[in-house]
Design a protein around this ligand. Structure first.
Ligand SMILES: Cc1cc2nc3c(=O)[nH]c(=O)nc-3n(C[C@H](O)[C@H](O)[C@H](O)COP(=O)(O)OP(=O)(O)OC[C@H]3O[C@@H](n4cnc5c(N)ncnc54)[C@H](O)[C@@H]3O)c2cc1C
Length: 402
C-alpha cells in the first residue's frame, strides 16, 4: 500500500483549504483530496464575521479578499408587517476588532483565493476528482480508500482531517455520532437582481413572520451591483419542481418582502436544514472540521464562519503535534474548544434566531420584538449582543477552555 507521510485533508471546500493553508504556513506538508473536478460554486455561505476576517488576514489573504466583497456595518430586525423593530451597528465594536462590519462575499470567492495561494505553495498538493470511500483507523496511522474514475486506490497517512462537508464520509466511516434534529420546513433560497435598498433594506435584514419570515442579504458579485439573497421557508410537503416554478418563486418573494415589484430571479433552490454536532472532533488519527463536524440553520451566518474558526484553531495545534512540539492532547483540546463553541454558541444562537423569526404566538412575538428593541437601545446590552452575534465572544469562550 502506498505510504504518504503528509497530512491528508478530505474536501477542498473553504474549511479544507483554510486548514491546508494554515498547515502550509507552518511548514507542514499536506495533500487535499476533492471529489469534484474543480471548486464548488454553489450558492451557500456569503457572510463573514469580524473574527473570521481577522483569521483570514493573519493567513495572508487580506489583500486578495478586501478588494472584493461588501462591508455591511448595520443590520436590521424587521417584522414582515410592522417593519423595523431593532437595528444594530457593528461600528460600535471598532475598539475590539479591526473589522467592525459583516463582510458579504459568496464563499466560492474565498475558495478561489485560497486555491490561488495554495497552488503557489510547494508543500501542498490538491488532487481533484478523487473521492474518499472510507477511512480505517490503524494504530499510528489511517488508511484511506479512494475511488477515481477508473480505479480504487489505498494510501496510508499519519493524520486525516475530514473537511468533507455535511455528509462527511470521514465522519460516517470513522465511527463518529452526529446527533441532533432536522427542521420540519425546507428553506427556499433565491438570488435576485433588484435594488432592495429601495424597499428600505440595509445589507443584512432578518424579517420575522410565522409563515413568511426571511433572511435578506445584499451579495457581492464581480459582474453586477444589484444582487440580493432572500432565504425563506417552504412547505416540506410540496415537491421542489412546484416550489421552484417561476411564478411560485415570484409570489413568495412578493409575499415575504411585501412588495409587488417584479423580481429578476438569478437563482432559486431548496434545501433541508439540520442542527447536528459530532460526538467528538478527534478520534485516534482522525480530525473533523467545518460542516463535517457541525451543521446548523443559516440564520446568523455561523456555519461557514465556525468552520473557518475550526480550521484556524486546528492547523497550529496539528502543526505542533507534527513537529513534536506538542502531544496528542493538543488535538483533544481542539475538539473540546471547538465542540463546546459549536454547542454553546452556534447551535444555541442559530436555534434562537430561527425561533425568534418564526414565532407563531402573537403575544410572544411582540414580547420578543420589544425585548430586542430595548437591547438595541441600551449601549451595554447592545454591545454584548453584537459581541455574541459577531462570534467575537465565541473566540474568547474557546480560549477559556483548557
Ligand atoms: C443556502 C446556504 C446559505 C448559507 N449561508 C451561510 C452564511 O451566510 N454564513 C455562514 O457562515 N455559513 C452559511 N452557510 C453554511 C456554509 O455554506 C457551510 O458551513 C460551509 O460550506 C462549510 O464548508 P466546508 O468546507 O466545511 O464544507 P463544504 O463547503 O460542504 O465542502 C466540502 C467539500 O468536500 C468535498 N467532498 C465531500 N465528500 C467527499 C469525499 N468523500 N471525498 C472527497 N471530497 C469530498 C465536497 O465536494 C466539497 O467540495 C450556508 C449554507 C447554505 C446551504
Amino acid at each position: 500500500m502506498h505510504q504518504d507521510e503528509r497530512i491528508a485533508i478530505i474536501g477542498a471546500g473553504p474549511v479544507g483549504l483554510t486548514t491546508a493553508l494554515g498547515l502550509a504556513r507552518r511548514g507542514v506538508p499536506c495533500v487535499v483530496y476533492e471529489s469534484l473536478s474543480t471548486l464548488a460554486r454553489e450558492q451557500r455561505g456569503a457572510a463573514f464575521h469580524p473574527p473570521t476576517l481577522e483569521m483570514l488576514h493573519e493567513l495572508g489573504l487580506g489583500e486578495a479578499l478586501m478588494h472584493m466583497g461588501l462591508r455591511i456595518p448595520v443590520w436590521q430586525m424587521r417584522d414582515r408587517v410592522n417593519g423595523i423593530y431593532a437595528e444594530f451597528d457593528l461600528g460600535s465594536l471598532a475598539d475590539v476588532t479591526k473589522f467592525p462590519f459583516r463582510f458579504h462575499l459568496p464563499q466560492h470567492y474565498l475558495s478561489a483565493a485560497l486555491l490561488d495561494e495554495l497552488r503557489r505553495h510547494p508543500l501542498v498538493e490538491i488532487r481533484f476528482g478523487e473521492t474518499l470511500e472510507r477511512v480505517e483507523l490503524e494504530d499510528k496511522s489511517v488508511r484511506l480508500i479512494f475511488s477515481t474514475e477508473n480505479e480504487h486506490r489505498e494510501t496510508r497517512v499519519p493524520w486525516v482531517v475530514g473537511a468533507d462537508g455535511a455528509r462527511s464520509t470521514v465522519r460516517k466511516t470513522g465511527g463518529f455520532e452526529f446527533d441532533g434534529f432536522t427542521w420540519r420546513e425546507k428553506f427556499l433560497v433565491t438570488n435576485v437582481h433588484n435594488a432592495l435598498e429601495t424597499l428600505g433594506y440595509t445589507g443584512t435584514a432578518y424579517v420575522s413572520d410565522p409563515d413568511a419570515w426571511a433572511v435578506v442579504l445584499k451579495l457581492y458579485d464581480d459582474a453586477c451591483d444589484d444582487l440580493w439573497r432572500v432565504a425563506m421557508p417552504a412547505d416540506p410537503h410540496v415537491e421542489d419542481e412546484v416550489l421552484l416554478e417561476p411564478e411560485n418563486v415570484q409570489r413568495r418573494l412578493r409575499e415575504v418582502l411585501g412588495s409587488d415589484m417584479t423580481f429578476s430571479v438569478a437563482y432559486s433552490g431548496t434545501y433541508r436544514v439540520h442542527q447536528r454536532v459530532a460526538d467528538t472532533f478527534f478520534k485516534g488519527r482522525i480530525l473533523l472540521a467545518g460542516d463535517a463536524a457541525h451543521i446548523n440553520n443559516p440564520i446568523g451566518g455561523f456555519g461557514l464562519n465556525g468552520g473557518i474558526h475550526d480550521a484556524c484553531n486546528l492547523a497550529p495545534k496539528l502543526a505542533d503535534v507534527w513537529e513534536g512540539l506538542a502531544g496528542e492532547d493538543a488535538l483533544e483540546l481542539y475538539s473540546r474548544q471547538r465542540r463546546t463553541v459549536a454547542l454553546e454558541v452556534v447551535q444555541k444562537n442559530s436555534i434562537r434566531n430561527k425561533n425568534l423569526m418564526d414565532e407563531h404566538d402573537p403575544n410572544v412575538r411582540l414580547r420578543n420584538q420589544q425585548a430586542m428593541h430595548e437591547i438595541s437601545l441600551d449601549p451595554q446590552k447592545s454591545r454584548e449582543y453584537l459581541m455574541e452575534t459577531s462570534m467575537l465572544s465565541s473566540i474568547v469562550r474557546a480560549d477559556q477552555i483548557c
